[in-house]
Ligand binder design. Structure first.
Ligand code: SF4
Length: 346
């Protein structure tokens, strides 16, 4: 199947060059799009063993609708798009969606995946124009993989990563490790070695209170600084690497420059001050923060004849109300998000 990138309809700059800027002066340029709430894993820090009440199919945005919202958002200053889930590779025709979005004037078009289906999908995704990828992988040991994901699949994920290496147009290849106390400590050195053996950027992400079971506990958070200390104690010293202002990751390499490690510390070192992200759920709701309580409906207006300008107005209005920050470290003030991670996407 040859994937021909569809010519996009021109990105219509909204009048007066309006831009997505929130009430704190943050420019919103990163749109995360969940294309499904379904997943083939049941990760303990995300979803209950029995799964979730899946969204009704008729509420899920079509590729036409996703492409239209993205085109309008690009006209308002978005230049980074990330496709997420649930598990996005479960969405039939995902490479077609990538091919529809790839011609837009984007700095980055990326995907977050658990990698289980990557061996089959790496080539069509590369052909379609995918530019970057984040693969979630929390352990390099089979039994512990099952302990976390409640599924077997380590070999498939590693094979998917290997397959990705055959498509240098998708770079960098990032591996996201959700760090949890009394689990990740014994994985750290193996992942550090992997970052030197393979062209994978390993990023450790602190455990956030977004699990559907509501079992998150602060004591289970293994901080980036603690992991860094383990690497420097048991492996090699790390050298800081400059990162983009809105980057969520604190980047490091080793003295000889081989390998890259990142720390994403939303709990111990929040980065909300430079947040440039908004999220679109699979059922067409706009979330201005991972921890939003409220959402802005785009699906309804889209399906009831709203014009591009109407949709743009909703995006601008939503962003003008974007939350300043999460309140995980503010005791009673912290309210859990109105959706869990698998229903929002990374
Ligand atoms: S918690 Fe909300 S404001 Fe903070 S970085 Fe994440 S999305 Fe942005």
């Amino acid at each position: 199947m040859t994937l021909l990138a569809e010519p996009p309809t021109a990105v219509t700059p909204t009048s007066s060059q309006r831009r997505l800027v929130d009430g704190y002066g943050r420019h919103i340029s990163d749109l995360r799009i969940s294309v499904t709430d379904r997943c083939n894993f049941r990760c303990v820090y995300c979803m209950p063993e029995e799964g979730m009440q899946w969204l009704k199919r008729e509420t899920i945005l079509s590729f036409d609708e996703i492409q239209r919202i993205t085109r309008i958002a690009v006209g308002l200053g978005v230049d980074e798009v990330r496709l997420t889930g649930g598990e996005p590779t479960l969405r039939p025709g995902l490479p077609d969606l990538v091919a529809r979005l790839a011609p837009l004037p984007l700095k980055s078009l990326s995907l977050t995946t658990n990698g289980f289906l990557l061996k089959q999908q790496a080539q069509p995704l590369a052909q379609a124009g995918l530019k970057r990828i984040n693969v979630s992988l929390d352990t390099l040991q089979h039994d512990r993989f099952h302990q976390i994901a409640r599924r077997r699949g380590l070999d498939e994920v590693l094979a998917g990563l290997e397959e990705l290496e055959r498509y240098p147009s998708i770079a960098p290849i990032k591996v996201n490790v959700v760090a949890m106390r009394d689990f990740t400590e014994t994985e750290v050195v193996a992942f550090a070695e992997l970052s030197r053996r393979k062209p994978y950027v390993i990023r450790f992400i602190e455990f956030m209170p977004l699990d559907a079971d509501g079992n998150w506990q602060r004591e289970r958070v293994l901080s980036g600084d603690e992991i860094k200390a383990i690497i420097e104690r048991d492996f090699m010293p790390l050298v800081r690497v400059p990162a983009e202002p809105s980057s969520t990751s604190r980047r490091y390499t080793f003295a000889d420059g081989i390998g890259e490690i990142g720390f994403i510390n939303p709990v111990s070192q929040p980065f909300c001050g430079s947040c440039n992200r908004i999220r679109l759920t699979a059922d067409g709701q706009l979330r201005t923060c991972l921890f939003s309580i409220d959402e802005w409906d785009l699906r309804g207006p889209l399906r009831s004849g709203a014009s591009d300008a109407d949709i743009a107005d909703i995006l601008l209005e939503a962003v003008s109300h974007k939350e300043l920050k999460h309140k995980i470290n503010e005791g009673e003030a912290f309210q859990r998000a109105s959706r869990s991670m698998s229903q929002i996407g990374g």
